[in-house]
Design a binder for this molecule. Structure first.
Ligand SMILES: [Zn+2]
Ligand SMILES: [Zn+2]
Length: 428
């Protein structure tokens, strides 16, 4: 019994994840994610593709662009069914439309393909089983990464192949941990290892540090800007502020608002919906320039997209607040090399103007990815005989692979995936 796993993207890189699973001797396949990456100039880099007519189903693990940005390409000449949770489908619409708005002329697909993808989307839920083309059976479990994110198990020819998507194994104010105990044993584990060589601080430590920076800043009459990713991070920060009852004015600006509304419509996918509802009702939701001109002039907190300061309202607020040492800027999202946020951290210079930042600058770890310990927990729970590592820088993946070999005797083989490589797997 054999199957082939082809890595179309995400091999030795964080981004554009795409993994094709195919039964031996069959052309018809199931595609797990079809993401996109961006180069230094912010141009999109697509994952490789498989002939769309042979793709019977596309599973979208979650709505981040590095997992869905290539998927519409399959609808230029194909018509695969798309399986994802309801919040993922709703957010995919937002994310892909936003992507087209920013990258229109360079994009390889258009609104029409995004619409076809949405039309072909079938909502699934954790615990569901779905048959595809008489050859594959899919199972879904929560991945704990962001609301709606899932682990997928593909049953093919007697083999169980699990794909983590992006995964987290800790509890946060927003998320329950991944449902590892429900997945059971698998033969092959295709896993992310973004932080395969790192440990995150305890979440509560990051939360408390954020609260104390806010208290110190507001006490001296300043405003705290928290640039945050629109999907999940922004909402988690809102919930942290609601949890600790900060007692200062809080404003929320950017796509964070639409995503919050999607989360509130899909409450079973978040751990503490009442905290998010409380935050949404109590905080100032910025709905236009009139609000925007007003909120930064008062001591308090502003949570705004984009998380890496690549445009969006967070960049506007940075320009207004960055020159005053009474204010603070707290980065809570991953800052990609070359991004304006990373440059701010490294050089202390504000994007676009190049002026020195005079506000207090902090970076806090609120990662939604499992760290090294969490990733080992995933391997321990699923007990695969083969591990294929994706969604990780090569050095990190190699170090983590070494540890998996040393720590888990039941694993026979660990590979650090390379793009466009095909891995044959069979029952032991
Ligand atoms: Zn993600
Ligand atoms: Zn990702």
């Amino acid at each position: 019994m054999q199957a082939s796993i082809k890595v179309l993207g995400g091999g030795g890189e964080v981004g554009r994840t795409s993994v094709l699973v195919r039964a031996a001797g069959r052309r018809e396949a199931v595609l797990l994610d079809a993401g996109i990456n961006f180069d230094e100039e912010d141009n999109p880099i697509y994952a490789a593709t498989y002939p769309p007519k042979h793709v019977k189903a596309i599973v979208l693990s979650h709505a981040h662009l590095d997992h869905i940005g290539t998927a519409p390409l399959y609808f230029i000449s194909g018509n695969p069914v798309v399986y994802a949770t309801r919040p993922t489908i709703q957010m995919a619409k937002l994310m892909l439309e936003d992507f087209l708005k920013l990258n229109g002329p360079q994009s390889l697909y258009e609104h029409e393909e995004v619409e076809r993808l949405l039309e072909m989307s079938v909502p699934v839920d954790y615990g569901d089983r779905v048959a595809v083309d008489d050859t594959y059976e899919l199972e879904f479990y929560s991945a704990g990464h962001i609301p709606g994110s899932m682990i997928t198990v593909v049953n093919v020819d007697g083999l169980r192949v699990a794909f983590t998507g992006d995964i987290n194994t800790i509890e946060t104010v927003l998320m329950e941990p991944a449902q590892l105990d429900k997945v059971g044993r698998v033969d092959v584990l295709v896993m992310e290892a973004t932080y395969g060589n790192a440990l995150h601080p305890p979440r509560e430590a990051s939360e408390k540090r954020l609260i104390s920076i806010i208290e110190e800043t507001v006490e001296q009459g300043g405003t705290v800007l928290v640039p945050a990713f629109s999907v999940a991070r922004g909402q988690e920060i809102m919930m942290v502020l609601a949890k600790y009852d900060v007692g200062v004015p809080v404003a929320v600006d950017g796509m964070i608002r639409q995503v919050t509304e999607i989360f509130l419509e899909n409450q079973k996918y978040i751990r503490n919906p009442h905290l998010l509802a409380k935050a949404y009702n109590e905080f100032t939701i910025v709905r236009g320039w009139q609000d925007r001109h007003r909120v930064w002039r008062r001591p308090g907190v502003i949570i705004a997209s984009a998380g890496m300061l690549k445009g969006g309202p967070s960049l506007y607020y940075l320009k207004k607040l960055g020159g005053d040492p009474r204010n603070a800027v707290v980065l809570v999202s991953f800052q990609a090399p070359g991004s304006p946020g990373r440059k701010l951290l490294e050089e202390g210079l504000m994007p676009e103007t190049g002026e020195p930042l005079r506000a207090r600058l902090e970076w806090l770890d609120f990662s939604s990815h499992a760290d090294r310990n969490g990733l080992h927990k995933v391997v321990e729970a699923l007990r695969p005989s083969k591990v294929i590592i994706v969604h990780s820088d090569v050095d990190v993946a190699l170090a983590f692979a070494e540890e998996v070999r040393a720590r888990h005797g039941f694993v026979d083989d660990v590979v650090v995936a390379e793009n466009n490589s095909e891995y044959l797997v069979s029952t032991p």
